[in-house]
Design a protein. Structure first.
Length: 253
């Protein structure tokens, strides 16, 4: 498994629950210091800070509503000011927000979904990218979704569109920043058992989705976290602009 230096700092947005929480702990296990970000789940964020520190590395906790561009940029700036550096940025924060069929989607809902899933990745990244350019190195991993390929489940078109846009954003960033020593990639989870999945999908719908997975099971957040950590490591030094599918074979792209 890849290992990070004792100076390495990873900022993981939305790291109080689910894939983000597992990712924060995975980076800590591999030796990195971790900036844990949350919006409203402070108690859960405290647990992840404790889990990171239990691995013998430093953890910091930051609150921000990254759907707000000013707060998103401010998060990146505060982490840099507090931690002194960011070697890896994981743009994990996101949400389905809710399920609405196509004709029910209004402008406010559309913008809310785009803000939390797409805008957040852009505006958190901006100050981090400036810092990484100055240092001549860095890794950014954006969280997409299998829904960005297949259009999503019932009532999830806005979410699917936002995740398809993450793929395009990732490729554009990778091209623009490659000569600056910054590698940008994405990870597209499939059916992963997380609080987000359980909140917005019924057990019956989850069972139906899992029935289409060749591996015959849902994934775990830790399995996604391991791929994210790989993309941030030197083991992936020649990987740029890729979207890695983590879905048990549900989509082989």
């Amino acid at each position: 498994m890849p290992k990070f230096s004792a100076e390495h700092v990873a900022l993981v947005t939305g790291s109080s629950l689910g894939i983000g929480a597992a990712t924060a702990v995975e980076f800590a296990r591999q030796g990195a210091r971790v900036a844990v970000h949350y919006n409203s789940s402070e108690a859960e964020a405290d647990k992840i800070v404790a889990a990171v520190e239990a691995e013998g590395v430093t953890a910091w906790k930051f609150q921000a509503d990254v759907s707000d561009p000013a707060q998103a940029r401010g998060l990146g700036e505060r982490v840099l000011e507090t931690c002194g550096r960011v070697d890896t940025l994981v743009n994990n924060a996101g949400s389905l927000v809710g399920r609405k069929m196509f004709e029910e989607v209004d402008l406010a809902f559309w913008r809310e979904v785009m803000a939390v899933n797409l805008d957040s990745a852009i505006f958190v990244s901006q100050p981090i990218v400036t810092h990484m350019k100055q240092r001549g190195s860095g890794a950014i991993i954006n969280l997409g979704s299998i829904s960005g390929h297949n259009g999503g489940g019932p009532g999830a078109i806005p979410y699917a569109v936002s995740k398809a846009a993450i793929t395009c954003l990732t490729k554009g960033m990778a091209k623009e920043f490659a000569k600056e020593g910054i590698r940008v990639n994405a990870v597209n989870p499939g059916v992963i058992l997380t609080p987000l999945q359980e909140r917005f999908s019924t057990p019956e719908w989850i069972e139906k989705m899992v029935s289409g997975v060749p591996q015959g099971r849902a994934g775990a957040a830790e399995e996604v976290a391991a791929v994210i950590a790989f993309l941030a490591s030197e083991a992936a030094s020649h990987v740029l602009g890729e979207s890695i599918e983590v879905n048990g074979g549900w989509l082989m792209d």
